[in-house]
Design a protein around this ligand. Structure first.
Ligand code: ADP
Ligand code: MG
Length: 287
């Protein structure tokens, strides 16, 4: 490879908002047949908002706020915002707060064991048939549902929506037009993930993946395929470095940007196809 051609090629890409950090990704791009996407913040806008509170609104949001005040998760921010918009104040006593990755948060609220999170935290709690049905209906509607439990019982649900980016559908269809397989990888629930994948045209969904397992899923695909992974979060860094081509959104966390071999400066998901095209052109010019 001639370094000059590489610099010219990557310089041209940079002008179009595609930063190619090293020459190593260029060869891999020629073999990419599978593009795996993170969901939250990559396919979706990444600004979840509460759409429904099921149960006694004051009590459900009250317990949820007490717990989520201690969490950094985007779902926590959505719940706090809803609580504030509903003019609820959070003055409960919270002890022994724990954040459990990919599952939710637990603590003692005013001396009572409580949790906010998904069904994986349900072991010590009972849930009514009715709430379970409502949960599934909301999930089929592409809403992430968190359960709110206190004193061994689920007292309500909070549904949270994070809509797909306007460009996601076109971005996916451009890749499929190039003969690439598309996959979504997420810690969210299967029903929610499937509904969002369907809306944007993604072929395959792998849901309920714990953050530490994202990179392992990429490795599994690599047995048969050459993989590009597209992500934006702290959680995505291992998957970005494991993939043959790691593509980070410019709006992503610093850790994701560091881990990516290609950065999409304009945060336009349609630039995944552009990045692959430009990399191929540059590679063919230098080889
Ligand atoms: P993603 O892959 O979409 O970024 P995460 O791995 O961060 O998802 O979280 C997966 C799931 O874990 C969430 O959809 C939610 O059900 C649950 N969860 C994680 N953190 C919290 C929290 N602070 N409050 C409520 N639920 C949470
Ligand atoms: Mg993300």
């Amino acid at each position: 490879a001639t370094p000059t051609a590489l610099m010219v090629g990557t310089g041209r890409s940079a002008k179009r908002g595609v930063l190619i950090k090293n020459g190593e990704v260029l060869e891999a791009v020629n073999h990419v047949d599978t593009v795996i996407f993170d969901k939250t913040g990559t396919i979706t806008v990444g600004k979840p908002t509460v759409t429904d509170v099921v149960g006694d609104m004051k009590q459900v949001l009250g317990v949820a706020m007490a717990l989520e005040a201690n969490s950094e998760h985007p779902l926590a921010a959505a719940i706090m915002q809803k609580g504030q918009a509903s003019h609820l104040t959070n003055n409960a006593q919270v002890n022994t707060f724990k954040a459990i990755e990919g599952k939710g948060v637990t603590a003692f609220v005013d001396g009572q064991a409580a949790f906010v999170g998904n069904i994986k935290l349900l072991a010590d709690y009972t849930i009514s048939e009715e709430l379970r049905d409502t949960m599934m209906t909301l999930q089929n509607d592409a809403k992430t549902v968190v359960l709110v439990g206190i004193k061994q019982a689920v007292i309500g649900l909070i549904a949270i929506q994070d809509i797909p980016k306007e460009t996601s559908k076109a971005a996916i269809s451009a890749l499929k037009g190039r003969g690439l397989q598309t996959v979504m990888l997420t810690g969210d629930n299967q029903r929610v993930a499937a509904a969002i994948a369907k809306a944007v045209g993604i072929d395959q969904v792998i849901a309920d993946v714990l953050p530490e397992d994202k990179a392992n899923k990429v490795t599994e695909f690599q047995q048969q395929h050459t993989v590009a992974f597209v992500g934006d979060g702290i959680n995505d860094a291992p998957a970005l470095t494991t993939a043959d081509v790691g593509i980070a959104m410019g709006s992503g966390t610093d850790i994701a940007i560091d881990a990516g071999g290609i950065i999409l400066v304009k945060n336009d998901l349609r630039d995944v196809a552009l990045a692959l095209d430009l990399s191929k052109k540059t590679f063919n010019r230098i080889k």
